[in-house]
Write a protein that binds this ligand. Sequence first.
Ligand SMILES: Cc1cc2nc3c(=O)[nH]c(=O)nc-3n(C[C@H](O)[C@H](O)[C@H](O)COP(=O)(O)O)c2cc1C
Ligand SMILES: O=C(O)C(=O)c1ccccc1
Length: 387
Amino acid sequence: MTERFGSYQNEIYLQGYGGTTPAFTTDATRLEESAADLLEPGPFWYVAGAAGSGATARANRAAFDHWRIVPRMLTDATERDLSTTVLGTELPAPVLLAPVGVQSIVHPDGELATARAAAGLRLPMVLSTASSHSIEAVAEASGDGPRWFQLYWPNDPDVCGSILRRAKEAGYTALVVTLDTWTLGWRPADLDGAYLPFLNGDGLAVPFTDPAFRSLLEKTPEEDAPTAILRWISMVTGTDRNWSALPFLREHWDGPILLKGIQHVDDARRAVDAGMDGIIVSNHGGRQVDGAVAALDMLPEIATAVGERATVLFDSGVRTGADVLKALALGARAVLVGRPYVYGLAHGGEDGVRHVLRGLLADFDLTMGLSGHRTVTELDSTVLRRV
Ligand SMILES: Cc1cc2nc3c(=O)[nH]c(=O)nc-3n(C[C@H](O)[C@H](O)[C@H](O)COP(=O)(O)O)c2cc1C
Ligand SMILES: O=C(O)C(=O)c1ccccc1
């Protein structure tokens, strides 16, 4: 079905902000600035922050500027169909909600509100293992909306198997395995405030409600939270999960599996050779390796190497409709967006997330039409110029 995402523009022009829409900006830069006014410094910097000097986070944005769209005229792009299918999930537009943990630090409803907004738009939410609400509660909030699950890979096979089983039973269809965060990067803004959300107990709903995890503890997490927290952290950190352990995930998950945090073309090839269904080209929004290459700069090479053998998704720095168009033209099947929807959540819970996403979709829809494209299948590198 063709959705008229661009009509959100009329809604805003005709009624103003605060009419049928929440009263805050859809501009990504101003949105971040107003989130800074709204949130306590700890949570704000946890979301906005990056590794080290922030060079990679800035490079992620700057990389989009090196590509420019070359619009075409009189192509009959009045009616657009932005829909696509990603690993069996039908999307009205090529956008997913990136897995973001500990969402309760910006809004008490956290992932529940995000799930409702995503489901209403039929965009897949990728639920983080570091969720503030349980797998099952977020699934219920999603209703019949599409949902994927992101794994921080516990080295205990029983706990890993149990979490995957719960996700499957709760209706999550695809599994995203994050590889780039086996320990947290050096993040000065968080270190300045000595702010680490899960040490306050946030983002632990998944292990704390997990029977296999609980059975390993002498005292329940309710009786002795610090011990449970440290046990969990030690389970999901470390490099002892390796390429040869991927068959374990395949055995415990009967849907598509994607590896997230792929930045080198040889790792992309390796993922394909290991039988993975997809990869997410990402540097975690610049939060892990300061000085790492911009994610977009690796996308064309990786997409070419992978070809049709697996699905290539992209995140890190997507802020506008033009960014979505460019990432697709450079080989991504769809993109994930992170921080912007979290700022929407901070501003207005479910309505706030919806507002940010509808703004992005409208921008993408209008940018597609005005550059002369009716469907996402038309996009390839010939629609861009490198400058
Ligand atoms: C506050 C925050 C928490 C995140 N938590 C997770 C997580 O739990 N799992 C994960 O795979 N990625 C996590 N990410 C990374 C995002 O999935 C995504 O890669 C990144 O935010 C994309 O960049 P963008 O924010 O520039 O759009 C997190 C990002 C942020 C900002
Ligand atoms: O902060 C992050 O980037 C992240 O991925 C994470 C990891 C553990 C818990 C919460 C978020």
